[in-house]
Every structure is written in C-alpha cells, then in structure tokens.
Write a protein that binds this ligand. Structure first.
Ligand code: GTP
Length: 614
C-alpha cells in the first residue's frame, strides 16, 4: 500500500508541474483541478495566516493591515528526517533555497507585487512555495485572500466581489477540501467561511471547521457547542486553535514555543481539557494530512482517467499540427521533397480539372484571344487611302504595272505585325493564370502550412520557372507571327487571280468623293485581297498561338515547374536544409507546450502507477 508521504508527495509533484505549465485551474477540467487540495478560507483577520504558520511551525507569512494575501499561495509541506535543516523553495526561483524564513516572507511579498504591482489588486496566479521540514506533515494547503467586507484605500470597489469570486473558484471544485477558519470571539453565525462553505459544500463532507482565538473569547463564554458538534455541525469535528496573539507576534514568540503554549492551554483548560487530544494546530495538521491522503486515494482512478484522456487529446492535436521534424539532413531532404511533391500534386489538379483554374486558361484562348484579334485596326490599315499611300510609296518613281508586289508585301507585313500584340497578351494572360494557380496551390497544400519558409521558397522557385517559360513562350509566339511575314502563302494569291470579281464596294472600301474610280477600284481591290489574306493568317494564328502557349508554358509547368528547385535543394549544405523547414513560431511554440504537457501527463501517470498500486 502506498505510504501517505508518497501519495501526497506525488500530488505535490504533479501540482508543481501543472503550475510550471500554467495549469492552475479555471480553464475547464484541468489536471490541476483534478488534484485534491486543502483551501484555507476565512474572513479578514480570522487567523488564517496564524493557523498556517502554526501548521508549518514557522513565521513566514506577510502580515499587515488591509489585504495582505493578494495571490493564492500554494503551500506544499514535505516532512523530512528529524534533525535535517528546514528550508523553503519557490517554484518561480527553483534553484534558490531559503533557510531564513523572514526572507521567505519578503519573497512572497515581492512575488505578489511582481504580478499585481504595488496596487492592492489581487491575482489568481498562484505562488508555489514548498517547505521541507521535520516539523511538518505532508500536506498541501492553499492560502487565499481573506474574505473582506470593506475596500480600503487603494482598492477598487469590486475587490470584495473579486476576492469572493477567486475564493469561490477554488472551494467550488469537488476535489477541494475546505479549511474554514472562524474566530471564536465572534458569532460563528457571522463567519464568512462557514457561509461560503455551506453554499458550496452543503453536506459538509469536505469542510473542516476551525475555531481560532478561543483564548480571547469573552469571559464566561466558550465554544463547546461548536467543538462538541451541537451547533454548526459538520461531518468532520471542529478543531479549536489558539494561535499567537498580536502581542506574542510582536514579542517574536517562536512557533514551536507557540505550539507548546497552545498544547498547555488545552491540557489545562477547564472547558476544553477533555477535548485536548483533538485540539490544536498539530492535531489539525495530522487530521488534514490523513484526510487528504484518503481523498487522494479515492480520486486516483478519476485522476488517471483524466490523465489518459488528456494524453489522447494531446496526441491527436500533435498529429494534427504535425510532429517535430527529424534533425538529420537525410530526413530533412526527404521531408522537403515530399512537401514539394504534395504542392505539385495540388498544382496539377488545378490544371487538369480536379480543382478550378485550368478552365481559365481555355478562357484566354476561347474568348480573350479572338476578341483581341477582332479588335485589330485592319480597317484603318487597309482603308483605300492607306492602301494607296503604301502602294505608291512602295512603287517609288515607277508606278507598278500590274500587281504592286512591294505594296502588297508592305501592306501584309504591316498587317501581320498587329498580331504581335494579341500574341504577347495571350502569353501574359496565361502566365498570370499560372502564377495565381501556384499561389492557390501553395495555400491549399495542407502539409505546407507549418513550413512558411519552405512555402515561400517553393513559390519563388515556381514563379521563377514560370517567368522562364513565359520568356520562351513569348519568343515562340512572336516567331510564329514573324514566320507569317517571312514567307507568304503563294497558293492564296494564285487562287485569287482565278476567282471572278466578288468584291462590291461597301462602307469600308467606299471611295472618297470625286476620286478617280479606276485607281480607287484598283486600291480597294488590293485592300480587299490583303484583308482576305490577313483573315487567313488570323485563322491560322488563332489555332497555332494557343498550341505554342500550351507547349511552352502549361506543359512545361506541369512537367518541370520545380526541377530547378530540386537541383537547388540538392546542392544546399546540410545545415541549410533545416532552415528551409523553419516553422511558424506560434506553431512551434504550441507544439513545444503540448510536448511539455504530454511529458507531464505521462510522467504523472507513471508516478501514479509506481506509487498508487503498491
Ligand atoms: N489571541 C489570539 N490572537 C489571534 C489568534 N489567531 C489570530 N490572532 C491574531 O489575530 C490577528 C489576525 O491574525 P492573522 O493570522 O493575520 O489573520 P488572517 O486571517 O491571516 O488575516 P489576513 O490574512 O490579513 O486577512 C493577528 O494579530 C493575530 O495575532 C488566536 O488564536 N488567539
């Protein structure tokens, strides 16, 4: 069977670990709240601090007027071998051992101010203090601010409610044992502690009533009705305490002497002599320790169940956000390539139809390009006036005799050069669609979300590749246009001469007023022939430009978008690979917190297994 020391010591260990991880209850069923503790509750100046110091046997708590205790003090008592030196340790100063308990008091005051500032504010962030002494029992007590009635200078009006809310947040927990301190020299009916305890623990199963200041009750009055269970009955018998009076404190009566004085008081008291064996702070400490140990033993199964549930939840979240990356360069390289492949898969799905986006490229070919071609200013370029101008310039001093060969060539070259605009616009439009698809694919690749550095490296590499593909595509489409200029389709013109006159004068070729009909008809005819040829070229380019763009940009993007990147990664020094896997700092912090919490819960489970089932 586990010893009392080991069980309570175990809970102390888990409690300290919870505090390190910032789990001090309040946020849903935390491990902290599953741990049984003893909360010391009482009105101002009810004697809380005196009881705690009597239990510890040391003078170590801050004293003063108004609200002295402004943060919960989690006091873990560890019984050490007889003759060993007493010392204290704070969780917030783990390597500092305090043997001077006056310094402990100062550290409690300073640590309180560190969080609440010099104001009289309170804070629910606990101070964790462990005391190792042969004069204590294994016990964990939480000292809470006194339930006050009136805000004093420098306190906000809400202080009364704030304190009650904080105290209530502790005592309402089913695992909290309530040490209700009531001064016997005041009507117990007005005890703040009993009132609150009655509310949160109506059956009194987890309330221990303590009556202090028995020694200064009005002459002729005593506390026997309460101590002998006739009034304010609780499941556990009340314990009477006589702490040091203010005079004793001022005279620096030490705690061990005070305990002796308290024992003598009860042993020689006519009223309480018969109760002496179950009165006094030493008896109270032993009673609480035994009860705490019983409660812990009862609660172990539910604590283990909560720990196991928490372990499963943490493992599930770690799986979701991803486990830490291995540190060896081989594993890192593998991870990087895997992530690149994941991105590539998403990108290809966008192009091939699994995800939206590829259709926008078709939209460029099916709408944007035809519309742009239609808008080209061939009307103006092939107006009769301009045809006449270009042909005349091409003839020079000798007008052409039959067909103006040079004039035709210049008109056709001039017309074909207009195609360069729509050709380059198509290349750019497809480029921007591909760039957008790269960006969408990065954001849709779940695995990449935790590696912002790698995500931006992949985006940069992909966009660099798209720029290269665009340059190549631009050269190719311009070459296609130039090819149309470089060698005209002779068959077209041969066929032309065989065909009868079809062209009727229309608005576009209408001759200017009082022009020479022969030359106008002649130039209009030329313009119409060139226009027919250009229409043929236009039909050819409307088909060949998309092929060139797909071949140079879309096909390359599918085949080799990251090939350069793979080569770069392969050349990176090993230590640089880790840098590519830098994670979102918040994510790393979250994973670190989860890993620490997981370690706490696993350790707690192992400790409990090691102790509880012996
Ligand atoms: N005679 C006598 N005086 C006591 C006893 N218990 C406490 N006192 C005195 O009552 C005053 C308040 O005692 P504390 O222990 O500071 O009470 P407290 O509830 O901790 O006070 P705050 O934390 O400041 O609200 C001090 O002057 C103590 O000396 C007792 O049993 N007998």
């Amino acid at each position: 069977m586990a010893t009392m020391k080991s069980l309570i010591g175990l809970i102390n260990k888990i409690q300290r670990a919870c505090t390190v991880l910032g789990d001090h209850g309040g946020e849903g069923m935390s491990l902290w709240e599953a741990l049984p503790t003893v909360a010391v509750v009482g009105g101002q100046s009810s004697g809380k601090s005196s009881v705690l110091e009597s239990v510890v046997g040391r003078d170590f708590l801050p004293r003063g007027s108004g609200i002295v205790t402004r943060r919960p003090l989690v006091l873990q008592l560890h019984k050490t071998e007889e003759g060993t030196t007493e010392y204290a340790e704070f969780l917030h100063a783990p390597r500092k051992k305090f043997t001077d308990f006056a310094a402990v008091r100062k550290e409690i005051e300073d640590e309180t101010d560190r969080i609440t500032g010099k104001s009289k504010q309170i804070s629910n962030k606990p101070i964790q203090l462990s005391i190792y002494s042969p004069n204590v029992v294994n016990l964990t007590l939480i000292d809470l601010p006194g339930l006050t009635k009136v805000a004093v200078e420098g306190q906000p009006d809400s202080i009364v409610q704030d304190i009650e809310n904080m105290v209530r947040s502790y005592v309402e927990k089913p695992n909290c044992i309530i040490l209700a301190i009531s001064p016997a020299n005041q009507d117990i009916a007005t005890s703040d502690a009993i009132k609150l305890a009655r509310e949160v623990d109506p059956t009194g199963e987890r309330t221990f009533g303590v009556a202090t200041k028995l020694d200064i009750m009005d002459k002729g009055t005593d506390c026997l009705d309460v101590l002998e269970g006739r009034s304010y009955r609780l499941q556990h018998p009340w314990v009477g305490i006589v702490n040091r009076s203010q005079a004793d404190i001022n005279k620096r009566v030490d705690m061990i002497a005070a305990r002796r004085k308290e024992r003598e008081y009860f042993e020689t008291s006519p009223e309480y002599g018969h109760l002496a064996s179950r009165m006094g702070s030493e008896y109270l400490a032993k009673l609480l320790s035994q009860h705490l140990e019983t409660v812990i033993r009862q609660k172990i199964p539910s604590i283990v169940a909560l720990i196991n549930k928490s372990i499963d939840e943490i493992n599930a979240e770690l799986d979701r956000i991803g486990r830490p990356i291995a540190v060896d360069s081989g594993a890192q390289l593998y991870t990087i390539l895997e992530l690149c492949r994941a991105f590539d898969r998403v990108f290809k799905e966008h192009l091939d139809g699994g995800r939206p986006g590829g259709d926008r490229i078709y939209g460029v070919f099916d709408h944007q390009l035809p519309a742009a071609l239609k808008k080209l200013p061939f009307d103006r370029h092939l107006s009769t006036r301009n045809v006449q101008k270009v042909v005349s310039e091409a003839d020079g001093y000798q007008p052409h005799l039959i067909a103006p060969e040079q004039g035709y060539r210049r008109l056709i070259d001039g017309s074909i050069s207009y195609f360069k605009g729509p050709a380059e616009a198509t290349v750019d439009a497809v480029h921007f669609v591909l760039k957008e698809l790269v960006s969408k694919s990065i954001s849709e690749t779940e695995e990449l979300k935790r590696f912002p550095t790698l995500a931006s490296d992949i985006a940069a590499a992909a966009n660099e590749a798209l720029e290269r593909f665009r340059d190549e595509s631009r050269k190719t489409v311009l070459r296609l246009v130039d090819m149309e200029s470089s060698y005209l389709t002779v068959e077209f013109f041969r066929k032309l001469h065989l065909e009868p006159e079809k062209e009727k004068p229309n608005q576009r070729n209408a001759p200017p007023p009082n022009a020479d009909i022969h030359s106008d008809n002649h130039f209009r005819k030329i313009g119409s022939n060139v226009s027919a040829y250009i229409n043929m070229v236009c039909d050819t380019l409307r088909i060949s430009l998309p092929k060139a763009v797909v071949y140079c940009q879309v096909r390359e993007a599918k085949r080799s978008l990251l090939n350069f990147f793979y080569a770069q990664v392969g050349r990176k020094e090993k230590e640089k690979l880790g840098g590519m896997l830098d994670e979102d700092p918040q994510l790393m912090e979250r994973r670190g917190t989860l890993a620490k919490r997981l370690e706490l819960y696993k350790q707690a489970r192992d400790d409990i297994d090691a102790v509880a089932w012996k």
